[in-house]
Design a protein around this ligand. Structure first.
Ligand code: ZN
Length: 219
């Protein structure tokens, strides 16, 4: 394992220097490494530890977390839930499989597991369900866009952790655009394979070739 201590210390100093901090959490942080909606999740203890390390970095900062991971673990961590948005959904929430209603239920809230309106089975409220109801995350998305608007021309550290090209429209491409538009922004992209930075961001972003969970565990 490569020693990233110096780079980690540099990022920590930048994060704690008073500017805003935007974090993206991608597929390297899934509890289940596959894309299934199995609600029985295989706990990877190292991921929980990595979330904790990340929290120690950002807890006093003005941060926002965007995640494409749907296993819901991020909500159980120490982060301020008002500063998290999960646009791809959460396997812990339920929606009607026919999307007859925009209602969202907590796991176990409807004992029968059937939609109270049309009696279709309830399914996890994630992008994989085929008729994804976006109402689950939209309130937090609005909070995120307001927060993002306030970062304009402000010092901003962007840390993208483990996001590939599964859903690049949520984190990967918008983060690049944010950094491109804000001259005071700087981005770290950490990924075991997809750490590359486009030329137009040169000098304003850097890629770090590392598994982002292992990387944070060294922090
Ligand atoms: Zn229904």
């Amino acid at each position: 394992m490569t020693d990233h201590k110096e780079k980690l210390e540099e990022i920590r100093r930048r994060v704690q220097s008073g500017g805003k901090v935007l974090i993206g959490i991608g597929s390297e942080w899934k509890q289940n490494r596959n894309d299934s909606d199995e609600t029985e999740i295989t706990i990877r203890p190292e991921v929980e530890k990595a979330y904790q390390s990340l929290y120690e970095w950002i807890k006093d900062a003005d941060y926002f977390l965007v995640t494409t991971v749907t296993d819901g673990m991020i909500w159980r961590g120490p982060f301020d839930s008002g500063r998290i948005v999960a646009p791809c959904g959460n396997i812990g929430w339920r929606q009607c499989s026919k999307a007859c209603t925009k209602d969202i239920w907590e796991e176990g809230e409807v004992e029968s597991g059937l939609c109270p309106h049309c009696k279709s089975p309830l399914v996890p409220n994630t992008i994989r369900c085929g008729c994804y109801i976006e109402e689950g995350y939209l309130p937090q998305w609005q909070e995120y866009t307001k927060w993002l608007a306030r970062t304009l021309n402000q010092p901003l550290t962007v840390i993208e952790l483990g996001e590939g090209f599964g859903v690049p429209t949520v984190i990967r491409w918008p983060f690049e655009k944010t950094v491109f538009l804000n001259q005071k922004a700087y981005m770290y992209r950490v990924h075991s394979r997809f750490f590359q930075i486009s030329d137009e961001l040169s000098g304003r972003a850097e890629g770090i070739a590392a598994d982002s969970v292992e990387f944070m565990l060294q922090a």
